[in-house]
Design a protein around this ligand. Structure first.
Ligand code: ATP
Length: 217
């Protein structure tokens, strides 16, 4: 029987935006993922925490955004843990919950190039596949620089149209996937709101409404 394929897409999601959804759609189709778990972090280890909206609001916005997508699942494992969110801890928990599944860690290049600052990052790399996507204007050269020789050999840069057959998948560990990324960042969304500018199209309509109703940012 074919193993279930589960994507993990973690982030601050402060707030979730169209760029996240675009990336997840491309990755899901390309790697034939059965589902993608969207995992808002509790206290993000790599960010200045002063500007972070409560986990409850961020999770609620993720739920609203994912409502139209049957294969995208809001996953509150880090918010519920109420402790600093480390990828290795989350991954270990998810592996226990889905022992038979193939796990794919999905992240943008900006997040990937900081991987050597993560707690036990080599253990994370050893236990799942990585799918690294570009953001607007990014090139993958940076990704290659951050890893040791051992992991560089396990890295594969896909072309946009390339199909992922099992022999390719199981020969590598880290896949660099070029996508037509949307030029959206949560920081930009928050700044627009502060300035009173429109965020139409940058976040799903339901999220825009939620932000307005709850006077966020
Ligand atoms: P901020 O502007 O607050 O730093 P962000 O827009 O980068 O936020 P995060 O929640 O930190 O959003 O991102 C979660 C994950 O999604 C990260 O791996 C990030 O690289 C990726 N990501 C964010 N925006 C995009 C985008 N427009 N296209 C592709 N990937 C993205």
């Amino acid at each position: 029987m074919k193993k279930e394929r589960i994507g993990l897409f973690g982030g601050t999601f402060n707030p979730i935006h169209s760029g996240h959804l675009r990336a997840a759609e491309v990755v899901q189709k390309k790697f034939h993922l059965d589902k993608i778990l969207f995992i808002p972090s509790y206290i993000p280890p790599h960010k200045d925490t002063a500007e972070i909206t409560s986990p409850t609001h961020r999770l609620k916005m993720v739920k609203l955004a994912l409502h139209p997508y049957s294969q995208f699942v809001p996953y509150s494992i880090e918010v519920d843990a109420k402790e600093k969110s480390y990828s290795i801890l989350t991954l270990n928990k998810i592996k226990k919950l889905f022992p038979e599944a193939l796990i794919f860690f999905i992240l943008g290049l900006d997040a990937f190039i900081e991987i050597d600052t993560w707690k036990d990052y080599e253990l994370v790399l050893e236990q799942c596949f990585f799918i690294v996507i570009n953001r607007q204007g990014d090139y993958f050269d940076e990704a290659i620089k951050v890893l040791t020789e051992e992991y560089r050999e396990k890295m594969y840069e896909l072309s946009k149209s390339e199909a992922i057959k099992d022999d390719l998948l199981f020969s590598f560990r880290i896949f660099l996937l070029p996508i037509d990324a949307l030029d959206v960042a949560s920081t930009d969304v928050r700044e627009r709101i502060k300035r009173g500018d429109s965020i139409k199209g940058l976040v799903p309509g339901q999220v825009e409404l939620y932000i307005k109703e709850n006077k966020l940012y």
